[in-house]
Design a protein around this ligand. Structure first.
Ligand code: SF4
Length: 377
């Protein structure tokens, strides 16, 4: 079996290189791996060329890799949501865009302006930015999965090896950075190799999970949940930690038992001591996303639930009592695997009163890099 038979890399059909980087080794390597001849266009030329075609822009955007540079900051605080409690996670956007196609993905909103997957060739700057951040922060909990799937294209882009090898070269980064690769794929071979090469680093492979029928209907091209469980155990056996993200949780009345069943399956299948953290995030979306959502995903059940617009951030969410009941029951199910201990569980992008209603202790506010979870050795 070749790379093109099984991996999400097979979804990439077009390589475009910013002419300023025509001699850069990464696009050359990717072109060879995929057997695709790259073309050279500036960002504006690429946008114009893509928008004048008649093809479905969403399909084209997910099939096109554009190698360029990022002129802005790589390391940022996770944007969270206005007036929501933040877990002080930091993100590095070294790639923006994704070959997977999830009905609820916020990236759909940006595709009109950026109809491609951007790969930033100056990603080395992210290493310098982490060093700079550590001058004032005690440690960093950071990940690459905010505007991309961290591992879907790792065979091509070598993101895990790039970040971990550079962190390993620096004593302070090695000790104080906990790096998460968040994915809905099982593309873990490069990461497994990096875990073996840099066993002293704080590495977390975060797996987003959902009900199997949601994965099939609303998370196109992602790996089935049962294969993600196998991947979780391979990561654990290699010596790293995993994270489990229940996100987005779809809160229809008859789904609660299904999420409990999923949680039981997961936590009875992995060593809970190796779970660095677990998150729960209810389905939410911005009002602007609704147009795209209904147009692209007319059969999706997701927007058919009863949702209300928050007056703080204009996002649609389930009623707080519904969110509290789902979070509480999921928490109880997960806690049953932890005996007397509290699971390393947090609620993603929700308000403090929700934590209180679910009898969970919110992380301390204040310092920008406060982190509710300890570094694992
Ligand atoms: S895997 Fe993540 S980044 Fe990719 S389409 Fe789905 S939600 Fe978006």
């Amino acid at each position: 079996m070749t790379l093109l038979d099984s991996s999400p890399a097979r979804l990439i059909k077009r390589l475009v290189v910013d002419p300023r980087f025509k001699d850069h080794p990464l696009p050359k390597k990717v072109a060879k791996q995929l057997g695709i001849t790259p073309i050279f266009l500036t960002k504006d030329e690429l946008i114009e060329e893509t928008l004048t075609q008649e093809d479905d822009i969403f399909v084209t955007a997910k099939q096109t890799l554009f190698f360029t540079e990022n002129s802005g900051q790589f390391l940022k605080r996770c944007p969270g949501s206005r007036h929501s409690l933040c877990c002080n996670y930091m993100t590095i956007n070294s790639v923006t865009g994704c070959p997977f196609d999830c009905s609820y993905c916020i990236l759909q909103h940006y595709i009109a302006n950026n109809p491609f997957i951007s790969v930033f060739l100056n990603r080395y700057r992210a290493i310098e930015e982490m060093k700079e951040a550590l001058k004032t922060a005690p440690f960093l909990r950071v990940g690459t999965g905010e505007l991309a799937d961290s591992l879907a294209l790792d065979e091509l882009l070598g993101e895990s090896e790039f970040f971990l090898s550079n962190i390993a070269k620096d004593a302070e980064l090695s000790q104080k950075v906990q790096f998460e690769f968040k994915t809905k794929s099982v593309e873990i071979e490069p990461l497994l190799n990096a875990i073996k090469r840099y066993p002293h680093l704080h590495i977390v492979a975060g797996f987003s999970v959902n009900l199997p029928h949601i994965q099939k209907s609303d998370e196109l091209y992602t790996a089935p949940i049962e294969t993600r469980v196998e991947a979780m155990n391979r990561i654990i056996n290699a010596g790293a930690k995993i994270a489990i993200h229940f996100d987005p949780v779809i809160m229809f009345p008859d789904y609660l038992e299904q999420y409990e069943t999923l949680a039981k399956q997961l936590f009875s299948s992995v060593d809970i001591e190796k779970v660095a953290w677990i998150s729960m995030g209810g389905f939410r979306y911005s009002h602007e996303m609704e147009v795209t959502f209904r147009k692209r995903w007319p059969d999706s059940l997701l927007p058919t639930g009863e949702m209300f617009i928050g007056d703080d951030d204009g996002k649609e969410r389930y009623l707080a009592t519904v969110r509290a009941s789902f979070y509480s029951r999921l928490k109880a199910t997960i806690s049953s695997f932890y005996g007397d201990k509290n699971p390393p569980l947090y609620i993603c992008m929700d308000k403090t009163f929700l934590w209180n209603r679910c009898d969970m202790t919110p992380p301390k506010a204040g310092h920008p890099h406060t982190n509710p979870f300890p570094l694992y050795s």
